[in-house]
Design a protein around this ligand. Structure first.
Ligand code: SAM
Length: 461
């Protein structure tokens, strides 16, 4: 049966043979006006790619179908998913994925550009879905979710509000959260016990906050809110320079509690523990580089500013860090970078300092940018200077690493491990998401990438 045949003035009531499952958060929306309104909030008309999480029996879906160029429905229920697949069989613009939205691999979705996602989320796993889809790096450009009102209140709360807590801060550091509408239990079957609400999340402009170490921020916020009645000074580790100095810098009472501090003040705390007291600075135009001729021979030294302004030939190294699964770590460049801000790039990359070799620059950049010590690197390719490398003679190095990565916040906005085939598809679909030098390096290594990025075990054989 085709979807069109199923349209009716009201959303379908649960079928007689279908018993909604509480463990799957199955409360089905019955109100046409609310369903249409939620679908509209994600602005699906003409969008390239819209994802609906938990379509169930299609209450929202019927108001989405035909509006974006491509609609993807992710349903976990093993009875509902095949029904949806049957309904949309033969439609090129609708794809039904029978999968778990808390586990589905999102790395392959960056190639679709910033995604619009929408869902009347299963309340049983709402928080897990939020975490999976919204933790950076996220391919999401706009999310419209219906959830328990209490959770939406916490997501949108500021430090004046009762609902304010660790969740508010951990989400708002990366997302703008708008509480759009409250929805009563009566519009669902079965009827939930609590009110629901609809929120919209859009990525926060990183320039609206000073840079900070996100891992440290998360740890401090969780500690600070671990016992709400306790004063912050008894929950956080010893502050560098002492608690009094930190309190004075924040201009708050020494007995302050976690919930009295705003997002900006919490970021100030994270920066204090990092001992990051200077205002954020971009890259130094006064840094000295070797200038080279067209044979890559050093002819002199000039400042970074001068070299870039006059488009003089110089040297840079790119490093692809590969783990034992054969995945490559890609970084998204910080908004503070003077060249290609917020573009995706090699694991680490940078100019050679005056007098420095490519090999030592590779080890230095890997340490400075992503906090790992690689004893040696191997040269994978040398790439002549040109427009496609921003006038840099590039050496591409490979390094192996499996442990954690710690990004330097002023250099890197975020990063993650990607499968080579996902990178290839992403570069082909959206070269504009990447720094020019990376695209050039990627194209060069692709010709021999099957051996280069094969998992470590097979490489050694
Ligand atoms: N969109 C429908 C509506 O508004 O009536 C159904 C919403 S119902 C609250 C949640 C839906 O999510 C159900 O269809 C349920 O089977 C599905 N679901 C539950 N857990 C899921 C998961 N982990 N991944 C994908 N879908 C899930």
């Amino acid at each position: 049966m085709r979807y069109r045949d199923q349209r009716r003035s009201e959303s379908p009531a649960p079928r007689p043979h279908f018993t909604p499952r509480k463990s799957m958060g199955q409360n089905f929306l019955q109100d046409e006006e609310v369903a249409r309104w939620i679908a509209d909030q994600v602005q699906p008309d003409g969008a390239d790619f819209v994802v609906e999480i938990g379509p169930g029996m299609g209450a929202l879906t019927k108001h989405l179908v035909g509006r974006p160029k491509h609609l993807v429905l992710i349903e976990k229920d093993s009875q509902l998913a095949p029904e949806l697949q049957g309904q949309f069989e033969g439609r090129k613009d609708v794809e039904v994925i029978h999968n778990d939205a808390t586990r589905i691999n999102l790395r392959s979705w960056f190639k679709h550009g910033p995604l619009r996602i929408v869902g009347n989320l299963p309340y049983s796993v709402g928080s897990e879905i939020l975490k999976h889809w919204l933790t950076p790096p996220s391919p999401v450009g706009c999310a419209v979710f219906m959830l328990q009102k209490e959770v939406c209140d916490r997501l949108a709360a500021t430090c004046e509000d009762d609902a304010y807590g660790a969740l508010s801060l951990l989400v708002q550091k990366d997302w703008n959260v708008e509480l759009l509408r409250i929805v009563p239990p009566e519009v669902f079957v079965p009827k939930p016990r609590v009110d629901s609400a609809v929120i919209r999340l859009t990525p926060r402009d990183p320039a609206t906050l000073p840079v900070f170490d996100h891992v440290l921020f998360d740890r401090l916020v969780r500690m600070g809110f671990s016992q709400r009645r306790k004063q912050l000074k008894n929950l956080l580790p010893e502050a560098p320079g002492g608690w009094e100095a930190l309190i004075q810098a924040l201009n708050v009472s020494p007995t302050v509690r976690a919930e009295a501090l705003s997002l900006t003040q919490w970021i100030h705390i994270a920066r204090w523990y990092e001992q990051r007291h200077e205002a954020d600075a971009g890259q130094k135009a006064s840094e000295m580089f070797d200038v080279v001729n067209e044979r890559n021979e050093v002819t002199g030294q000039l400042t970074r500013g001068e070299v870039h302004k006059r488009k003089l030939l110089h040297r840079a190294v790119h490093i692809f860090v590969i783990n034992k699964r054969g995945h490559i770590y890609l970084q998204q460049r910080s908004h503070l970078k003077d060249v290609s801000p917020l573009k995706w790039d090699s694991s680490a990359a940078g100019h050679l300092d005056a007098g420095e070799s490519y090999a030592s620059a590779a080890i230095r950049e890997t340490h400075e940018e992503i906090g790992i010590e690689v004893g040696t690197t191997e040269v994978a390719a040398t790439i002549p200077a040109g427009d496609n490398t921003d006038h840099e003679f590039v050496e591409l190095h490979l390094a192996r690493h499996d442990g954690p990565i710690r990004c330097l916040p002023e250099e890197i906005a975020t990063g993650d491990w990607f499968k080579p085939e996902d990178i290839t598809a992403w570069v082909e679909a959206r070269p504009q998401d990447f720094a020019k030098g990376f695209v050039t390096c990627w194209k060069v290594v692709q010709s021999f990438s099957s051996t280069l990025f094969s998992p470590a075990t097979s490489r050694t054989s």
